[in-house]
Design a protein around this ligand. Structure first.
Ligand SMILES: Cc1cc2nc3c(=O)[nH]c(=O)nc-3n(C[C@H](O)[C@H](O)[C@H](O)COP(=O)(O)O)c2cc1C
Length: 322
């Protein structure tokens, strides 16, 4: 990390300080003194527990679908619920593979309280990236991404997910040789401007080809996640947020309606099937374990299907109360 970077963030009282790849402990107290919320991105439940012990405010669980540097090897659907449970009541943000409203709803259902999207915003009007890079994100699908450690010049031993380009395929064709023996090692592939100063990028550099890059994108680190499958256009960031939220709300409404319809159908079926005076437990009820579960569990939150199946009368009582 660049010296003084955190001091500047604290002086400026940025609302959120997001740490990744390292121990946040030395900075947490100081950040809190400045009223800054501390987020740590993690790739495993062990890291999440360590971040919680360090006193961070929010934990971001990054699935291995994510673009850019990727700390863990676990998919989001497994990692998020595990982390949510391990760090309760610390809030969890889901990151990796999310680019749509459906993804947001999925993340919420896993227990996350928010999402972080990188690849989707890469293809935004405001992203300071070459247009051709954004176009590649739009044209690519998940299978065009690769999880690798190849772009390690400037940051070694830090796996990342990138779009497959010539740098990747020529290295693979050469038999995936070790650092120092890779094709074109040390070759200058382009130039970027950092703080107004032109900086040459060499092949396998971990530095991104940001806006103003002159050179060959086919040899640069084109960070992007599997969610590029879901990114079909370049549009303003505000539009991305609005579209994602609209879709999330639509999906949640549809799920709610479906669940209400299903509940109503179950109640009708149960009422029609029950004898006027049941003499034997469960008599005349044609219910499967799953229909009982979906009818009863959401509202009562307590029923054991086995015991409900054995006591038809109680089941009717629960259902008619709803
Ligand atoms: C182009 C790009 C650059 C990124 N740069 C950083 C970074 O500098 N620091 C960081 O913590 N994460 C970075 N990430 C990773 C994100 O924090 C996040 O984990 C990821 O974008 C979420 O997955 P998604 O790309 O599928 O949305 C970057 C991701 C991308 C795509």
């Amino acid at each position: 990390m660049q010296a003084g970077l955190i001091d500047v963030c604290l002086e400026e009282q940025v609302p959120l300080l997001v740490f990744f790849w390292g121990d946040p402990t030395p900075y947490v107290e100081e950040a809190h003194r400045h009223g800054v919320t501390v987020v740590v991105q993690v790739g495993s439940v062990e890291e999440a527990r360590a971040a919680m012990a360090a006193g961070v405010d929010i934990i971001m669980a990054q699935g291995c679908e994510a673009g850019g540097h990727v700390k863990g090897t676990i998919a989001l659907t497994t990692l998020v619920p595990e982390v949510v449970e391990a760090v309760h009541p610390v809030p969890v943000i889901a990151a990796g593979g999310i680019a749509t409203g459906r993804g947001v709803v999925a993340a919420l259902s896993l227990g996350a309280q928010a999402v972080s999207m990188g690849t989707r915003f890469l293809a935004s009007t405001e992203a300071r990236m070459p247009h051709a890079y954004k176009e590649r994100v739009v044209q690519s699908t998940a299978k065009d991404t690769v999880y690798t450690g190849l772009f390690d010049v400037g940051w070694a031993e830090a796996p990342h997910r990138v779009l497959r380009n010539k740098a990747v395929s020529e290295w693979e064709a050469a038999g995936c040789p070790a650092r120092g023996q890779r094709p074109g090692e040390g070759q200058v592939i382009g130039t970027v401007s950092r703080a107004g100063t032109p900086v040459e990028l060499v092949r396998y550099s971990s530095f991104m080809p940001i806006e103003g890059f002159t050179g060959d994108l086919d040899y640069a680190a084109l960070y992007a996640g599997e969610s590029c499958s879901l990114v079909n256009d370049i549009k303003p960031a505000a539009q991305i947020v609005a579209d994602v939220m609209r879709e999330a709300e639509e999906v949640m409404t549809r799920l709610q309606q479906r669940s209400e319809r299903r509940r109503a159908t179950h109640v009708r079926k149960i009422r029609g099937a029950v004898p006027s005076r049941p003499t034997e437990p469960n008599m005349g009820l044609h219910l499967t374990a799953s229909s009982v579960r979906s009818c009863v569990a959401p509202a009562s939150g307590s029923s054991s299907v086995e015991s409900v199946e054995k006591t038809g009368v109680n089941l009717m009582a629960v259902c008619s109360l709803r």
